[in-house]
Write a protein that binds this ligand. Structure first.
Ligand code: CP
Ligand code: NVA
Length: 298
C-alpha cells in the first residue's frame, strides 16, 4: 500500500493513522518498526521539515532513513525512475519521495514493490494534510462542525491534499482566492463527494464563521518564473490582523511553512496568539511516525 495522494486513504484509514499518532503521543506503548527497517528518502527538491521529520521519525521508531539527493543519483545522468525504484525496492522496506512532477512519483511507485510515500509533488502533499488535520483536531476536536478556509493559491498541492483529507473527515472547506486562480477540478469534485466545499474570491463571505484560516506561499516550488505575477495576483489575500476580523473570534491560523513573512502572512499573525503554525510543524514528526507504522502494517 502506498500514500501517493490523499485519496489513497479512506476516512477509516485516516482515523487509524490518527489513532497511531495518539498512541505514540501517549508514550504508553513501545511502538517500533521491524528490526533492520530502512526507508529511502528520495528528494528532487529542497525540504526542511518533511525531510528532517521523516529522518527523525524513522530513528525514533528504531529504523534507519537514508537520504538520496536526486541530483547526486544516477537519475541525474538518465537512469529511469522505474529502474531506480526496482533497485531501491531490493534494498529498503519503504521509500518516501519528493518529486517535481506527480507523474514521476507515479512512475517510481509503479515500479516499486515497497510502500511509497509522497513527500510532496506539484499536485499533492498528503503527509502535510494528515499533520494539519491532526493538529486541528487537537484544538477543535469536532471536525464535523468545522469550517476550514484556505486562502491564496487555492490550486496548490497543499490545497489539493487538505481539501480531500478534511472533506473525508467531514469538515467544511472554503477556498478563497482570486478569480484567475481556479482550484484543480479533479480535487474539488472529489472533495465535494464527502463534504461541503465552496469556492469564492470574497474574503468577507468566505471567512464568515471560519474556524481555521490556512495559507501557503504564493510561489510554490517550480513556479519561480511566475513570481512577480503571482505576488500581484494574490497580494490582497494576505493573512493579516485585519483579515482575521472577518473570521470567527476563535479562529486559528495555519501555514504549512516555509512562510514568506510580509507576503502571504504577516509576521504579527504568524507569531501571534491565533497561530498554531509551530504545533502544526511539530506534528509532522508524529504523523510521519504514524504513517510509517500504518504502511508497515498493511
Ligand atoms: N511543510 C513542508 O513540507 O516543509 P518543507 O518543504 O520544509 O518540507
Ligand atoms: N505549496 C508549497 C508547499 C511547500 C511545503 C510548494 O509546493 O512549494
Amino acid at each position: 500500500m502506498n500514500l501517493l495522494g490523499s485519496d489513497d486513504l479512506t476516512s477509516e484509514g485516516i482515523k487509524k493513522i490518527f489513532d497511531l499518532a495518539d498512541r505514540l503521543k501517549s508514550g504508553k506503548e513501545d511502538l517500533a518498526l521491524k528490526d533492520g527497517f530502512t526507508i529511502a528518502l528520495l528528494f528532487e527538491e529542497p525540504s526542511t521539515r518533511t525531510l528532517l521529520s521523516l529522518e527523525v521519525a524513522a530513528a525514533q521508531l528504531r529504523g534507519t532513513a537514508i537520504y538520496l539527493d536526486m541530483e547526486h543519483t544516477q537519475t541525474a545522468r538518465g537512469e529511469t525512475l522505474g529502474d531506480t525504484a526496482k533497485v531501491v525496492s531490493g534494498y529498503c522496506d519503504m521509500a518516501a519521495a519528493r518529486m517535481k512532477s506527480h507523474k514521476s512519483l507515479l512512475e517510481f511507485a509503479e515500479n516499486s514493490s515497497i510502500p511509497v510515500i509522497n513527500a510532496l509533488t506539484d499536485l499533492e502533499h498528503p503527509t502535510q494534510a494528515l499533520a494539519d488535520m491532526y493538529t486541528i483536531k487537537q484544538v477543535k476536536p469536532n471536525l464535523k462542525k468545522l469550517k476550514i478556509a484556505f486562502l491564496g493559491d487555492i490550486a496548490t498541492n497543499t490545497a489539493n491534499s487538505l481539501m480531500i483529507t478534511a472533506a473525508k473527515l467531514g469538515s467544511e472547506i472554503v477556498l478563497i482566492g482570486p478569480k484567475e486562480c481556479k482550484p484543480n477540478p479533479m480535487y474539488l469534485n472529489k472533495a465535494k463527494e464527502f463534504s461541503k466545499v465552496q469556492v469564492t474570491d470574497s474574503i468577507e463571505n468566505g471567512l464568515d464563521e471560519a474556524d481555521i484560516i490556512y495559507t501557503d506561499t504564493y510561489v510554490s516550488m517550480g513556479k519561480e518564473k511566475e513570481s512577480e505575477k503571482r505576488r500581484k495576483l494574490f497580494a490582497s489575500y494576505q493573512v493579516n490582523s485585519k483579515l482575521l476580523e472577518y473570521a470567527d473570534a476563535n479562529a486559528m491560523v495555519m501555514h504549512c511553512l516555509p512562510a514568506h513573512r510580509g507576503e502571504e502572512i504577516t509576521a504579527e499573525v504568524l507569531d501571534g496568539q491565533r497561530s498554531i503554525v509551530w504545533e502544526q510543524a511539530r506534528n509532522k514528526l508524529l504523523l510521519n511516525k504514524a504513517i510509517m507504522l500504518y504502511l508497515s502494517e498493511k
